[in-house]
Design a protein around this ligand. Structure first.
Ligand SMILES: Nc1ncnc2c1ncn2[C@@H]1O[C@H](COP(=O)(O)OP(=O)(O)OP(=O)(O)O)[C@@H](O)[C@H]1O
Length: 316
């Protein structure tokens, strides 16, 4: 289990004060975060730039000491017990590689087996799974410095898992990746999450990662948690609704009301209407509509997570 209690991290920064002077100022990067993450959970940790996501991950992984508050990861306090912690966690931080730049990927994996003293059979079994699922074979013998970003990220994720950690921390695992690599990484993480064997905490700016992967979404802003729950709870809280988009042979009569909905948009001279499904199902709305109008085509649009998260950031 991962526990944070009133966790804080302040940085002292020098900011310009007048033309020549600079003065010290405290930045509260993490400002009283309390969270408990149960084993096997897959949690998306999101927030605007500078919200405090990386700083939180750094405290969880023992890279930074908290200014105050408590943090424990599977019973260990990260900074003082960093060596023991390293055996239980896997970390993928985009900017920092755990691979040997000049060696082929395969050699990095071999060296990591020695670093973590993983029995050969266990190592082989884990590596085989990653090779299959992350499609590594085509570039296993390529030096790491020659890998594309997507190939390297797949290598980094493998490297983070070869010692069989209980927790995987990922900072922006899909940033800058091409579509194929993104899909490979997401499918792999989805499968990993489904086993429940590894607890996963990931930060991302790509909300499709969250939609695809995370049951739980924690939103942080200015170092504080502003939402903790499912994506559905976020939609409910911000009143996002599904909508029904219909293409009509002719515009609806003036003053037309479809029970349980409100008109969210009218386009193409009234031939396309979007109804927000406020208090009714898509099926009931469609039935009500085809009874009075000639419907050429229709689609049901799910609420957009980008939209609701943008509203949340603005509110924050
Ligand atoms: N080493 C540091 N020294 C001074 N200030 C820092 C340091 N690291 C982070 N900060 C500040 O702390 C705040 C939180 O930064 P952090 O990197 O945790 O945000 P983030 O949510 O990960 O942002 P991003 O999405 O841009 O990566 C920012 O205001 C940042 O400028």
């Amino acid at each position: 289990m991962i526990r944070m209690r009133d966790l804080r991290k302040d940085f002292s920064v020098r900011v310009p004060a007048g033309r020549l002077r600079r003065e010290k100022r405290l930045v509260s990067a993490v400002d009283g975060v309390s969270l408990t993450i149960e084993p096997g959970e897959m949690v998306g940790y999101i927030g605007p730039n500078g919200a405090g996501k990386s700083t939180t991950l750094k405290m969880l992984t023992g890279v930074l000491s908290p200014t105050s508050g408590e943090v424990s990861v599977f019973g260990l306090t990260p900074v003082p017990q960093r060596t023991r912690l390293a055996l239980r966690i896997g970390v993928v931080f985009g900017q920092r590689s755990q691979l040997w730049w000049d060696l082929p990927l395969r050699e990095s994996f071999r060296l990591l087996r020695h670093v973590y003293q993983v029995p050969p059979a266990e190592h082989e079994q884990r590596l085989r799974r990653c090779r299959e699922m992350l499609d590594l074979d085509a570039f296993l013998d390529t030096p790491v410095r020659q890998l594309s970003l997507g190939q390297r990220m797949r290598g980094e994720i493998t490297a983070a898992l070869l010692h069989g950690p209980k927790v995987l921390f990922l900072d922006e695992p899909t940033i800058g990746l091409d579509v194929v690599s993104k899909q490979a990484v997401r499918s792999f993480l989805a499968e990993l999450g489904a086993t429940g064997a590894v607890t996963v905490v990931l930060t991302t700016h790509d909300l499709a990662d969250i939609e695809r992967l995370c049951d739980r979404l924690v939103v942080i802003d200015h170092g504080r948690v502003v939402h903790d729950g499912t994506i559905e709870a976020l939609h409910a809280r911000y009143g996002s609704r599904r909508s029904l988009v219909v293409d009509l042979d002719s515009p609806l009569p003036a003053g037309f009301v479809l029970p349980g909905t409100s008109v969210a948009g009218v386009e193409a001279d009234g031939h396309r209407v979007t109804f927000a499904l406020d208090e009714t199902s898509a099926a009931a709305a469609v039935a009500g509509l085809v009874a009075v109008a000639s419907v050429r085509d229709l689609s049901v649009v799910e609420p957009d997570i980008e939209d609701v998260v943008a509203r949340l950031y603005r509110a924050g």
